[in-house]
Structure formats: C-alpha cells, structure tokens
Design a protein around this ligand. Structure first.
Ligand code: E4P
Length: 224
C-alpha cells in the first residue's frame, strides 16, 4: 500500500518525510486554503521537496472544458508524477475521458459511492479516492465502501487503484492495508499515530537504561 500525506503544510510534510516511509502528497482546495498561501507557491515548494514522488492536485471548475484547462496548467506547473484530482460527477467524467486520451495522470475524487468509482475507473483514471470519514458521517460504512470498490475493480480487471482518503484513525489504515487497498492518503497525525504507543516507548527506554547500567550514561554501541 502506498502511504501518502494529505496535507500542504511544508513543515509538516518535511517532518513526516524525515521519519516515515511515504510516497507523496495529496492536496485539495480546503487543504490549500488552510495554508493561507498562494496555491502554486505552496505546490511548487512541495514539488521541489518531494522530487519525483506523487503529488495530487485538485481542479476547481465545474465544467469539463475548464477542468481540462486546469489539468493542463497543473501539469505544466508541477511536471511529471503530478495527478490531477477531478470530482466524480458527470462533467468530471467528461473531462477524465479526454485527459486519459492525452495521458494525463488522474485521481477521481469526492467519491461517496461505488457507482462513482466504477464510472471513473471505466474512464481510465489511475486512482479513485473514497472518503471514509465523510461516508461514516452520512450513516454508512466508510471502510466497507472502500473494500467494496476495491473488489469491484479486482473482479472486473480494472487497473484503477483505490486511494483511500478521509481517515479518522490509524486502525482504519491497517485494516485497509491488510485488505490490499492500493494506496491511502492520511493526515500527518494519523501517520505518526501508527506508532504512538506508551508500551513501545517504555520498551525502548528500558533497553537504553539497562545498557547504561552496564556501561555509563550516554554510552552506545558506537562510543564504547
Ligand atoms: C483526499 O483526496 C481528500 O481530499 C481528503 O482526504 C478529504 O479528507 P477530509 O474528509 O478529512 O477532509
């Protein structure tokens, strides 16, 4: 499973990249708005930092012709390995079909139902991003929808992968990883939450204390 950071705060991104094995960054208009900065300024900074890793950037327009223009600008600005996120609505499908023909990398977003995902996959997008938390909040089973979409793709030999999005917690991430979901985009605090456990910290501290009892405080295997 690819692990992608769902954030546009460059300091948060740098911090996660320093410590964790991650594969890229996703953004959406709300995430960009949270930075309070100009969108392309932030996105260029992220691209420069992550190099050739995946960067997902969402369009704003509601009409296919304008979505296509946005996609061209996004790719021209941010280069290869940039995925244009397009909402899975009728104008979005129209734009997806044209952009797939051009070879533009695409992520179908704002996915709440398997039917949206199926149509986007048939348009030929690389990923679809179903929103777990938002589906849960509508009274449905977000994790179940992710699995359902994954099964539809695999049973129909569709090459589109699920990019699970809108997580509440780290356990959801593990459950989808076990199921074989292709990718997950999660906020930095959900990634760090994967190993936030007092028992782990205590075990590591105990090992260090025992070693220092044998040697001296500050001693390690390199400075004995
Ligand atoms: C990713 O593609 C989505 O834009 C994002 O994960 C939505 O997350 P949220 O429901 O926490 O806003």
């Amino acid at each position: 499973m690819k692990l992608i950071i769902d954030n546009a705060d460059i300091e948060a991104i740098k911090n996660v990249y320093e410590y964790y094995p991650v594969d890229g960054v996703t953004t959406n208009p709300s995430i960009l708005a949270a930075t309070g900065r100009q969108p392309y300024e932030v996105l260029h900074e992220i691209r420069d930092f992550i190099g050739s890793d995946e960067l997902h950037v969402q369009v704003i327009s509601g009409v296919a012709e304008d979505i296509i223009k946005e996609a061209h600008r996004i790719v021209a600005e941010l280069g290869p390995h940039t995925f244009v996120k397009i909402p899975c609505v009728p104008e979005g499908f129209k734009a997806m079909k044209a952009l797939v023909e051009e070879g533009v990398l695409l992520t179908g977003t704002a996915v709440y139902t398997p039917m949206q995902a199926l149509l986007a996959a048939k348009c030929g997008v690389n990923y679809v991003a179903p929103y777990i938390n938002r589906i849960d909040n509508m009274g449905y089973d977000g994790i179940g929808v992710e699995k359902h979409i994954h099964d539809i793709f695999k049973n129909n030999n569709l090459t589109t992968e699920v990019l699970a999005a809108s997580f509440k917690n780290s356990q959801q991430l593990l459950e989808l990883c076990e199921y074989g979901i292709g990718a997950a985009t999660v906020a930095p605090d959900v990634i760090t939450g994967l190993v936030k456990n007092p028992a782990i910290t205590a075990a590591v501290d105990d090992f260090r204390r025992d070693f220092e009892k044998l040697t001296k405080p500050g001693k390690t295997m390199y400075n004995l």
